[in-house]
Design a protein. Structure first.
Length: 594
């Protein structure tokens, strides 16, 4: 796919506030409340990782994960307990990303692997190009990867959704706007200005965006993409209803150079821009939604060339270079400063939500240093409903459906089935997902209407078994996490037993069950709805329970799965069911041993 020669010029109208530059030089850092010398301090814990770290640490709900040159992926709690260690096939790379507790890991330079929360590799796909940055996870679980001149997108099932050729890309990672579209930054400048190609989540090239200067740093956030230019300007790029992008705000930072790092805080909704101001590091706190500068202060002496990591914490931000690190509040108060061991002794650094600095040492250990054991006050913001989809269902004429005219035709179903099998369906995916989502909603609605209004109308889905089965099959092949919610709702619907069997079976083929809703629905079926002599249904429950637990790899879901299976051991169940359930349980136990 080639970029259009038409570009959006001067998307960000830079506003330089040069008068503030002189003020910046007068800023002084506060004295840290505590100081630590980690060269002399004994670690609170340490764990063996089987080699030197080749990847950064990435955050998970249980702590951190990282990859070592011994081809060993290690998962560790924030307080030092090693949960599991798994070997990976192929040569390890420094590129790794987390999606919840799932990990996207790059190996052999060209391969992307999805590993579940237990460390099991669910699939490996060869991109056929050298991957040059960490994978970027979309809102429905799809993952974007970039090469020197390529961008590609894969689903949760490992099937490639699309691939696009590009002009040579720069070093910035792919950034994601709030509508799920992405910005890919090009290496070549245009009239000494940076350019980003804007693609939809489905691989459609939308526009080239020309900035008013050279981009120095980028960061995706819930509001869009935060940008810093080398002329000192900062801004926020957001998506518009027509699919294009625009700057929501632009501001001057008061610096003559660009920020070397941008760090967004979900806790406060603010963003820290980090600048090198002489030999000092300056943090500027900005209200992300409006661009209003809240505060500015110095936080140590970390040069852009020395920078290692910055991340938001429960109360502020953490930043580290090779020799020192600190955590600070948005008010400018420095909670602590830490002197780090010589950089010749460690490869990676991380700061956990439990207030530990973690160092991946070159002696094959991870060492954790507790920096603050006092509970810290954090700003509470109302939690937003988690967005999981790029698509909306179609408003379809109910009269047309009453006449037998469906949004999703048999011909279109055959097309979608072939596309999902072959992959690389690109822009067509939007139409496919809209149609599947519409019919999934119609399916659920058809039964809720019956139960609430006692209608005598013929239920299309009950009367058209082949259509319904094909719909359920296609829902399981989308490679997104959205349809697990539909399966959970259908499993809780009063379906006839033949439809219920299909729903159970295809829910297992999907496998993804983030919040355990499908397993909860299966448990309810076993306890309250499926009779002990309905052998075929109960065996399908066993298979699907195992498939979900296999894919999800979570101890909590495994426990629930085991409860479902052990319930089928009761004497009231057919002996064939008891034997089948016992074998399924043995397979689950073997999973946990690997």
């Amino acid at each position: 796919m080639k970029h259009s020669p038409i570009s959006k010029k001067n998307l960000i109208k830079a506003i330089l506030v040069s008068l503030l530059t002189a003020h910046c030089s007068l800023l002084t850092a506060q004295t840290p409340q505590r100081t630590y010398d980690l060269t002399k301090l004994e670690p609170n814990w340490q764990a063996v990782i089987g080699g030197e770290a080749v990847s950064p640490c990435v955050a998970t709900s249980y702590g951190v994960a990282l990859l070592s040159d011994g081809r060993l992926l290690s998962a560790c709690t924030g307080s030092g307990t090693v949960i599991w260690q798994m070997s990976i096939k192929g040569r390890p790379s420094p590129y790794i990303s987390s999606f919840g507790d799932f990990l996207y890991v790059v190996s052999d330079g060209t391969k992307i692997n999805l590993m579940n929360p237990s460390g099991k590799t669910l699939w490996t796909s060869n991109t056929q190009f050298q991957i040059t940055n960490s994978p970027v996870v979309g809102i429905d679980g799809r993952v974007f990867v970039q090469g020197k001149k390529q961008i590609a997108c894969y689903g949760l099932d490992g099937k490639r959704k699309w691939k696009a050729d590009s002009s040579e890309l720069g070093n910035f990672p792919i950034c994601q706007l709030e509508d799920g579209s992405i910005l890919v930054f090009l290496k070549a400048l245009k009239n000494n200005q940076s350019v980003a190609a804007h693609y939809s989540a489905f691989g459609k090239w939308l526009e080239d965006i020309t900035f008013s200067g050279i981009v120095s740093s980028v960061e995706s956030c819930e509001n869009g993409v935060l940008i810093s230019l080398k002329n000192g300007s900062i801004g926020l790029v957001t998506s518009l209803p027509d699919g294009t992008a625009a700057s929501k705000w632009v501001n001057g930072s008061g610096n003559s150079g660009g920020a070397f790092k941008i760090c967004y805080s979900k806790t406060s909704g603010n963003t820290a821009f980090f600048f090198q101001n002489g030999s000092k590091t300056e943090a500027i706190i900005v209200k992300t939604e409006s661009g209003e500068i809240q505060n500015r202060f110095q936080v140590g002496q970390i040069a852009s060339s020395d920078f290692k990591i910055a991340r938001s914490t429960q109360s502020g931000f953490f930043i580290s270079g090779s020799y020192s690190a600190c955590e600070f509040l948005e008010s400018g108060t420095i909670l602590y400063a830490a002197l780090l061991p010589p950089p010749t002794k460690w490869n990676a650094i991380f700061y956990t939500d439990k207030n530990y600095i973690i160092l991946a040492m070159k002696d094959w250990t991870m060492k954790g240093f507790l920096m603050n054991d006092v509970p810290k006050v954090s700003k509470k913001t109302p939690s937003k409903a988690q967005k999981i989809s790029y698509i909306k269902s179609i408003e379809y004429d109910s009269t047309a459906m009453e006449l037998g005219i469906r949004p999703l035709t048999n011909q279109k179903m055959a097309e979608i089935s072939q596309a999902f099998k072959n992959g690389d369906y690109g822009e067509k995916e939007k139409e496919y997902l809209e149609l599947l989502k519409t019919e999934a909603e119609n399916y659920i609605k058809s039964y809720s209407t019956e139960s609430h209004f006692g209608t005598d109308e013929v239920n299309f889905f009950a009367e058209n078994a082949v259509f319904t089965q094909n719909l359920l099959y296609l829902m399981s092949k989308t490679g997104t996490r959205e349809f697990s919610l539909f399966y959970a709702r259908l499993l809780s619907t009063e379906l006839d037993k033949s439809q219920l069997l299909s729903v159970i079976s295809f829910a297992g083929q999907l496998g993804y069950d983030e919040d355990g809703y499908m397993l909860a629905a299966l448990e309810n079926l076993v306890l309250n709805k499926i009779r002990p002599n309905e052998t075929t249904l109960l065996k399908a429950v066993c298979d699907t329970t195992y498939q979900i637990c296999l894919f999800m790899g979570r101890p909590a879901l495994n426990r629930r799965g085991k409860n479902i299976l052990t319930h089928l051991f009761f004497p009231s169940y057919d002996q064939n069911v008891q034997v089948y359930a016992r074998k399924s349980l043995e397979k689950m136990i073997n999973l946990e041993k690997k």
